[in-house]
Design a protein around this ligand. Structure first.
Ligand code: HEM
Length: 240
């Protein structure tokens, strides 16, 4: 049987270039996510700290310009990575069969990377659309959002998905480009695990703080409403 051995390497230059772009966009998003989680978690210190940081990003136009740029990089990264994602049922069956056959941890990591990517694509796009269309960013507004509808559960799903994807992504970039070797691999796996644990913990505390703030705001609103009603009832009785 004749085999076209040249086919997979038909455009090596273009493929290498796309691989570089995928790695660079991925690395930029990993850095963005680490900064983003630290900035949002500033609400743990106080709402004033988060508001001050958001204010700085808005007066310098970094939020207005940077936000849409991140959105574009986010979509571009998905399109670049999609070249290697099996979308057909046949392709998915083969990938699953290989993962089971190989018993190789890094193959499972790749599968986790693909599954989390799909979830993040949808949920991350919804999140960015909502936040970028609701400037200015303020702790009270974020708390009100997290405390309304199903948003708390939305973030409780998105948070571990994004942290898993980011940790595996950073590790795979290290392996692919040679920073992580056979010798230092266990050390870097441990570092990635610690980073994952640290960011998920900070994220969960942040969400609890937002939910607590939302509850406090609702209670304050209810108390103000009750005080207004009492005043409206009592004042006529006093003849005021
Ligand atoms: C485009 C730039 C972005 C901005 C301006 C932004 C802004 C924010 C803000 C203000 C919050 C607080 C909650 C809220 O207001 O709803 C938040 C939370 C969150 N964002 Fe973003 N975000 C951006 C991009 C992303 C991306 C790309 C992801 C991941 C796909 C992401 C994942 C999350 C998660 C998981 C939380 C919950 C925070 C936590 O648990 O600490 N964000 N973001």
């Amino acid at each position: 049987m004749a085999v076209n051995a040249t086919m997979p390497f038909a455009r090596p230059r273009r493929d290498a270039c796309l691989d570089w772009l995928q790695m660079l966009s991925g690395a930029a998003l990993v850095l963005f996510m680490w900064c983003h989680m630290i900035l949002v978690s500033s609400v743990i210190l106080s709402t004033k700290v988060m508001d001050a940081i958001a204010w700085f990003f808005e007066v310098t136009y970094m939020a207005q310009v940077g936000g849409p740029i991140i959105f574009i990089v986010f979509i571009a990264h998905f399109v670049l990575a999609a070249r290697k994602i099996p979308f057909t049922a046949n392709g998915q069956e083969t990938a699953w069969a290989h993962a089971k056959m190989l018993h190789h941890r890094d193959t499972w990591l790749w599968l986790a990377q693909v599954v989390t990517a799909m979830i993040i694509l949808v949920m991350g796009a919804i999140h960015m659309w909502v936040v970028l269309n609701d400037f200015p960013i303020q702790a009270a507004k974020s708390a009100a959002r997290v405390g309304s509808g199903g948003w708390l559960w939305f973030y409780f799903i998105l948070l571990p998905m994004i942290e898993l994807h980011v940790s595996i992504g950073a590790y795979r970039i290290g392996v692919k480009w040679g920073f992580i070797t056979r010798e230092n691999r266990p050390k870097y796996k441990r570092i990635e695990l610690y980073l994952f644990g640290a960011f998920v913990t900070i994220g969960v505390i942040t969400l609890i703080v937002f939910a607590y703030l939302a509850k406090a705001m609702k209670e304050a609103e209810a108390a103000a409403e009750a005080a207004k009603t009492v005043t409206q009832l009592v004042l006529p009785l006093l003849g005021a």
